[in-house]
Design a protein. Sequence first.
Length: 98
Amino acid sequence: MKASIAVAVLAGMLAGQAVLYGAVIIKTAPPPPVSVAVVGRAPSSAYVWIPGYYRGSGGRYVWVAGRWMKPPHRGVVWVAPTWQKGPNGYVFVAGRWR
């Protein structure tokens, strides 16, 4: 089983495609620069702006627009998603409340 997963990951990377392995997407090309967006007014002072980001989908990057969100509870901050360069390409690290 592990060998077949490794082969699938390697084949996808060689083809320049995104590979889904668990919840991690690995891509060989870096994501495009982040788009600039106009941030409107918050629905209320309880909301925070979550900036847009690129996610991997079908072997390409797809822009996810920024949005206003209400934190799940007081005292948390949003940690934005990132693409981190690893030894075999770029790995998506999902955003989260911390």
